[in-house]
Design a protein around this ligand. Structure first.
Ligand code: SF4
Length: 374
């Protein structure tokens, strides 16, 4: 799915954030016009069009844009000075997320979005400060991701406050490695927001500290994350644990489940997640890949243990035909719509509607056991 397009910019000095409208009858700050240019476009912050700029059409905007089919009235885009138009919020999707920064203090072996060490928080802060107030109030859920979002520092809290104030009914899910919350004052600050719609998704990959540190490629990360989890629990911040299923996590999966039950019983949800073949993963594939048909029984035991002990578990990014039937009940269609695909084999499968399918990046790397279910 297209989330970015590009044309020739005219007069765009700074990024322009606005809602798309194809017609004046819809609210919007950015008008899309195809083929002919209207007389008066003065009410819009920018115009996007497929035609060429000339002396009659010289309004701030982007010209000769090749395609608009991926956009709808109400989508929110950022028009950049270089002519790139990024879709930031899709009105018909429940998989919208705000990337707060590409910086990270970990460097996980399977990171799907490898960190970039450059100062980008000023840019994202400026964009999201404008964008959040444009998101419809009936937005059901929104994600916050990175990099490590808490590295935004004070701006992290400022943006959270904007979301809390503007999107009062929206479920907010923030992916963080949790290490920042090892500092009690940071966890306390989050707790004092009383942001009940916010849940933090924090990865834990092993009950054995050195293995967790190896997977996230950061010495001391396990201790910081555990400390952070306890601090967050102290201030009643809602927590989801995330466990990616790959070669290094699987040998101790049952031990990890027991560790969670005994030491972290306050977490609200535990997500077991199939591997995405994106970012660093293809480069580390020999260290990471294990066919889901090979770990099905271990996964069943680990999930069943937690479930039978009253904990709330889910299975993300999994294909039902290679998952033991006893844990199908935990499987969720979790892959973002813009990167969720199915194989030809799936066309004849009676369970396709319930099945999580594949990341588009996993078409070249998937289980050898995929078979349509009658
Ligand atoms: S054949 Fe495809 S749709 Fe059916 S269970 Fe397997 S992966 Fe899912």
């Amino acid at each position: 799915m297209l989330l970015k397009t590009k044309g020739k910019p005219f007069g765009v000095k700074d990024p322009i954030v606005g809602r798309i409208t194809f017609s004046p009858e819809y609210d919007g700050e950015i008008l899309i016009v195809k083929d002919c240019f209207p007389d008066d476009v003065s009410q819009y912050a920018a115009v996007l069009t497929n035609i060429c700029v000339d002396r009659f059409t010289s309004k701030t905007g982007v010209y000769e844009v090749p395609e608009f089919e991926h956009l709808s009235n109400g989508d929110i885009v950022v028009v950049n000075p270089d002519g790139v138009i990024n879709t930031q919020y899709r009105i018909h999707s429940t998989h919208n997320f705000l990337l707060f920064t590409e910086r990270c203090n970990s460097n996980c072996l399977m990171c799907s979005q490898p960190p970039k060490d450059r100062e980008d928080t000023s840019y994202f802060y400026r964009i999201y400060s404008q964008l959040i107030r444009l998101i419809p109030k009936d937005c059901r859920e929104i994600g916050i991701t990175g990099g490590e979002p808490t590295l935004m520092g004070a701006r992290f809290f400022d943006l959270l406050e904007q979301i809390q104030e503007h999107l009062t009914a929206t479920e907010v899910h923030c992916l963080t490695n949790g290490r920042t919350f090892a500092w009690n004052n940071i966890a306390r600050k989050l707790g004092r927001m009383s942001f009940e719609k916010l849940m933090l998704g924090i990865p834990i990959y092993s009950d054995f500290s050195l293995m967790h540190d190896y997977i996230v490629q950061a010495k001391g990360a396990f201790d910081q994350t555990i400390k952070g989890l306890y601090n967050l629990a102290r201030y009643n911040v809602r927590i989801e644990l995330r466990i990616v299923l790959h070669k290094p996590t699987l040998p101790r999966l049952m031990k990890l489940s027991k560790f969670i039950y005994k030491n972290l019983p306050f977490v609200e949800h535990i997500a077991f997640m199939g591997l995405e073949n994106q970012g660093y993963t293809p480069h580390n594939i020999d260290k990471l890949w294990i066919d889901p048909v090979e770990y099905g029984e271990d996964l069943k035991k680990a999930m069943t243990y937690l479930s039978e002990h009253g904990m709330n578990v889910s299975l993300y990014n999994a294909q039902l035909c290679v998952t033991p039937e006893e844990i199908w009940q935990f499987s969720r269609r979790s892959i973002s719509d813009w990167k969720n695909v199915y194989l030809n084999e799936c066309e004849n499968c009676s369970k396709k509607i319930e099945c999580g399918g594949f990341f588009s990046s996993n078409v070249s790397r998937h289980s050898l056991g995929i078979r349509a279910i009658d």
